[in-house]
Design a binder for this molecule. Structure first.
Ligand SMILES: Cc1cc2nc3c(=O)[nH]c(=O)nc-3n(C[C@H](O)[C@H](O)[C@H](O)COP(=O)(O)O)c2cc1C
Length: 353
């Protein structure tokens, strides 16, 4: 019915109807901006624009609680707490008692994870090695002694191989990438929208993702997934869900949807981290593709209900998963055009404080 009306109504009438629908929001929103209460009232009764995010955040909170019981191949609580333990281990000077307020819950979840035998082996090794190191150096208090005892009950020492524990800065690899080389790579990375009709090999996608995963993330939680379609038909279908691809969607050979996972957080305050962490990983992903001879273009994912519903269905997203952005990937056409896209420089961007 909606699409039929869209087709038969004259443009001026469609514009008028749209304006009238938007009018209450336009007129009312300035009146409600003066207090948090009124703003919440506005979004409760006059606009549903934030409702999908609200629902996803609540679904995330519930899924977080569930993840403490049904531990899968990764545990967000363990990842965060082991990261906090590592910060305690490198503290200058290191305290003889630290992490007392969260070591109990950490060991409890660790015990459960070991019982379920579900953790990814690499995550399990990191978690185990750091806990072993922590109990090696920490002084016992009543709480810590109790946690130590619980830990020892399930501990299966990892083999005498490299331990996944803090190390000194000077053992990091030296790099021969200097400013000029990095600048060249950054200049070479442009948003490319015209691709050869050539499949993107899985091997290159995996290589790029293995560099993207090295990006920083808040408390090392890495609350995102990369949904990949190398099937051109499906890639185009996915790309068309976004508003920013008219005219060039049809030539996209591969699409990656970067999806944030709100089940990484017990509360609302960290809800933006999926976008921050996801975007940092996306940037590294793009640069990694460049080094592999592939080009990319970020594609905006605005919060539009109809589009979200379509994408949710295509990717079978969970209620707490939110698309962050799409990335087209492919081998560039040699003569495909690249917008100049002038960049602001340091003089414009730096505000001395
Ligand atoms: C978050 C984000 C969303 C974007 N969305 C689109 C889009 O929907 N369609 C498009 O053609 N380009 C999109 N772009 C690409 C930008 O237009 C491009 O990055 C910008 O013009 C600068 O050009 P450059 O990437 O070549 O440096 C997006 C970029 C970002 C970072």
């Amino acid at each position: 019915m909606k699409s039929l009306l869209k087709k038969i109504l004259p443009r001026w009438l469609k514009d008028l109807i749209l304006k009238t629908i938007k009018l209450p929001g336009l007129v009312l929103s300035p009146m409600f901006k003066s207090s948090q209460f009124l703003a919440s009232f506005y979004y409760a009764f006059f606009s549903s624009q934030l409702s999908r995010e609200h629902k996803a955040v609540l679904a995330g909170k519930a899924a977080y609680q569930q993840s403490l019981k049904d531990i899968g191949e990764t545990s967000v609580l363990l990842r965060r707490n082991i990261h906090r333990l590592e910060k305690g281990l490198i503290m200058q000077p290191r305290r003889d008692v630290f992490a007392e307020n969260f070591i109990g819950e950490t060991v409890k979840i660790y015990q459960r994870a070991i019982k379920l035998n579900s953790l990814n082996p690499e995550e399990k090794k990191w978690v185990t090695d750091v806990l072993v190191e922590y109990f090696k150096v920490v002084r016992d208090t009543k709480t810590i002694a109790k946690a130590r005892q619980a830990f020892n009950q399930v501990l299966n020492e990892t083999k005498e191989e490299e331990k996944y524990i803090p190390y000194p800065f000077d053992s990091l690899p030296k790099t021969d990438i200097q400013y000029e080389a990095l600048k060249k790579l950054f200049i070479k990375r442009r948003s490319v929208r015209w691709y050869q009709d050539k499949e993107v090999p899985s091997e290159l996608i995996e290589k790029a993702v293995n560099l993207a995963t090295l990006a920083p993330s808040a408390c090392n939680r890495q609350p995102y997934s990369f949904y990949v379609s190398q099937n051109k038909e499906k890639a185009v279908q996915i790309a068309k869900c976004a508003g920013g691809t008219p005219g060039w969607a049809e030539n996209i050979p591969c699409i990656i949807v970067i999806v944030g996972d709100l089940s990484a957080y017990p509360g609302e305050r960290d809800r933006h981290l999926i976008y921050i962490d996801g975007s940092l990983a996306a940037m590294q992903l793009m640069l990694a593709f460049e080094t592999l001879g592939l080009s990319t273009c970020s594609i905006n994912w605005p919060d539009v209900e109809a589009a979200e519903q379509k994408l949710e269905k295509l990717l079978e997203l969970k209620p707490y998963e939110r698309p962050i952005m799409l990335l087209s990937v492919g081998f560039a056409q040699d003569k495909g055009g690249i917008p100049y896209s002038q960049k602001k420089d340091a003089q414009v961007l730096i505000k001395k404080v």
